[in-house]
Design a protein around this ligand. Structure first.
Ligand SMILES: Nc1ncnc2c1ncn2[C@@H]1O[C@H](COP(=O)(O)OP(=O)(O)OP(=O)(O)O)[C@@H](O)[C@H]1O
Length: 339
């Protein structure tokens, strides 16, 4: 169904070439849910963006349903892209449009008749469980509801493939579960092939049949989720599974290495996971701070997961944001200070 052969991707930058992907070979079967896991910077986003040719490979071929996308001209590619839906970590909704209008957007671009548009939107609203929210604006929705709009919009042209780019990373664990269940039922009822990228093994475990581990642009391990879970071969895979305390420590060190050099590292946690989501959204919405979610860590052999963030910005803006978060009964702990 999806086949990547000998994919190389090098970005040309002012500081010289950045090799994002090296000799990537991947086959995803029709109708399966396939996961790609990797740390920040491993090349996951580049890989998923290559599949609908939002990024062009430096070399190699990308075949979907027998069509080599790298050989198509712009017009053919636009047509082929209708077979590929995509959802994103931050939903990418238009804030000035209602739920129904956001879902309608791809149909407007293909000049679909109004009556057809309306019946398709009603069908999708029902499928993703957003009845009654048709006229709401994104700002009036929870994170999970926003992602449901994103899913409906991605499905509007009946695609054969759904690409999910960290689609649950901004959501709390309970909402993550409900979105993963929705994706699973869409996969089963529509037979749609799902390819998702994530930095969380729990996401892979819940929904994928097969998984590939991406490290520094290379696929280092691949197999059925059960096989990879039971017999991980690479150290990095063991870290994702967190099979021992040593692996957790390695993971923590690796996560922290991913932070920009001058960033302040913080742990964010809340007893109520809904709060964590709200606080993350608040931080991310603060345009004066640059925030990178590095991953989740479990500390002191406890069960509570903390989200590790790298924050960059002026100290007083940061302190104001942290104080606002603390006043919402969430904990934010600064791990280093770069002042
Ligand atoms: N447009 C670009 N120009 C230059 N370098 C890029 C570009 N996009 C990605 N890279 C580089 O390619 C490598 C892989 O990045 P990519 O975003 O694919 O990783 P990732 O696994 O998705 O990480 P994250 O989850 O942090 O986005 C990184 O070294 C990144 O800096």
């Amino acid at each position: 169904m999806i086949q990547l052969s000998n994919i190389e991707k090098t970005f040309r930058t002012a500081r010289g070439p950045v090799q994002a992907l090296t000799r990537v070979n991947l086959k995803v079967q029709e109708g399966e849910v396939f996961g790609i896991i990797g740390y920040s910077g491993a090349g996951k986003s580049t890989l998923i963006r290559l599949i609908n040719l939002l990024e062009k490979p430096t070399s190699g071929t990308i075949t979907i349903d027998g069509h080599d996308l790298t050989k198509l001209n712009e017009r053919q590619l636009r047509k082929e892209r209708r077979n590929i839906g995509m959802i994103f970590q931050h939903f990418n909704l238009l804030w000035s449009r209602t739920v129904a209008e956001n879902i309608a957007l791809p149909l407007e671009l293909t000049n679909t008749k109004k009556s057809q548009r309306e019946s398709r939107i009603a069908e999708l609203i029902k499928m993703v469980g957003l009845e009654g929210k048709e006229s709401a604006y994104p700002a009036q929705l929870s994170g999970g509801q926003k992602q449901r709009v994103g899913i409906a919009r991605a499905l509007v042209n009946n695609p054969k493939v759904l690409l999910c780019d960290e689609a649950t990373s901004a959501l709390d664990p309970k909402t993550t579960d409900s979105i993963l269940s929705l994706l699973s039922s869409i996969n089963q009822s529509l037979g749609i092939t799902i390819l998702l990228i994530t930095h969380e093994m729990s996401v892979i475990q819940k929904i994928c049949r097969r998984v590939a581990v991406l490290d520094q642009g290379c696929i280092v391990e691949e197999g059925s989720v059960t096989e990879v879970f039971q017999h991980p071969k690479q150290q990095i895979t063991k870290e994702f599974i967190g099979s021992s305390d040593g692996d957790q420590e390695q993971k923590a060190m690796r996560l922290r290495d991913l932070a920009p050099k001058r960033a302040t590292l913080v742990h964010l946690s809340a007893d109520n996971p809904q709060l964590l989501q709200k606080n993350l959204a608040r931080l991310l919405a603060n345009t004066n701070l640059s925030i990178k979610v590095l991953g989740t860590e479990r500390q002191d052999k406890g069960n509570q997961e903390k989200t590790l963030l790298a924050v960059e910005g002026t100290i007083h803006v940061m302190n104001d944001a942290f104080a606002a978060i603390r006043s919402e009964h969430a904990a934010i702990e600064v791990l280093n200070s770069n002042e």
